[in-house]
Write a protein that binds this ligand. Structure first.
Ligand code: 1GP
Length: 248
């Protein structure tokens, strides 16, 4: 089964999927190993690996380590074309559709596509939308694009629909890592009513209840990163997974 079909199957069976994001820079290799184990035992459905910027070298080795430990798919969530590895099961093939920088809409993708094919990693076409979240996030700064204002639901809906019409298979509503506020549930609900494409929501989600509310609003996947970096424990991961798996 392709990773994309696996993800769709999770939504069908569990109501929504819970994904743990690993930022390669924020841990030692040992801590990353522990976090991956905790994520899998805590019932997460997939691991994302990536960051707006990676300072350490050895990305490929790190993905290999994660893949060796993980019992769920390892999916790259790249901040740049530097973050590609043959050890991953899939890669979010992102286009920053909330921005107007041709480099992030199509330029980086042209460079990455042949490499991804050569490595045999499954690309999952994803419309990536930055949503304003109370403070400047790394994704906003690094991409030098303006996020969609957090209460402009019409712009978010139109952007998501355009991504869907362009054939993208996932919509990612991103408040940004460490966001002061996660994406509003009202925005998720409005976008969800407007498009058929599954929605991923991430950025600034710190409590299982916040994850639950976002699934109730229509998110098919919830991603957390930072919160687990400070409290990498199985019980918190299990709580998040339980809050997201609304059909169990
Ligand atoms: C994934 O960037 C987010 O979309 C992760 O955000 O680190 O704030 O959970 P946090």
């Amino acid at each position: 089964m392709s990773v994309y079909n696996y993800l769709l199957d999770i939504v069908r069976r569990r109501g929504a999927g819970y994904i743990v994001l690993i930022d390669p820079d924020k841990h030692s290799r040992k801590q990353i190993g522990e976090l991956v184990e905790a994520a899998c035992e805590g019932d997460a459905d997939a691991i994302f690996v990536g960051s707006s910027i990676v300072l350490n070298s050895g990305f490929d080795n790190l993905v290999r380590l994660i893949k060796r430990i993980a019992s769920v798919p390892v999916i790259l969530f790249p901040g740049s074309t530097m973050q590609i590895s043959r050890h991953a099961d899939a890669i979010l093939f992102l286009s920053l559709v909330s921005g107007r920088d041709p480099n992030y809409l199509i330029g980086e993708q042209v460079k990455a596509a042949p490499v991804i094919r050569h490595l045999g990693v499954e690309p999952i076409s994803t419309g990536y939308m930055l949503i304003e979240s109370g403070k400047m996030t790394s994704a906003e700064f690094m991409s030098n694009t303006r996020p969609i204002p957090r209460d402009k639901f019409d712009i978010a809906k139109a952007t998501a629909l355009a991504a869907e019409f362009l054939g993208m298979k996932l919509i990612y509503l991103e408040a940004g890592s460490g966001a002061a506020y996660p994406v509003k549930t009202e925005m998720i609900a409005e976008v969800n009513r407007y498009v058929r494409t599954p929605i991923i929501v991430g950025g600034g989600i710190r409590r299982p209840e916040e994850a639950h509310e976002r699934v109730k609003a229509g998110a098919s996947f919830v991603v957390t990163g930072n919160i687990l970096e400070y409290k990498a424990n199985r019980s918190l991961i299990r709580e998040f997974a339980g809050a997201v798996h609304v059909r169990e």
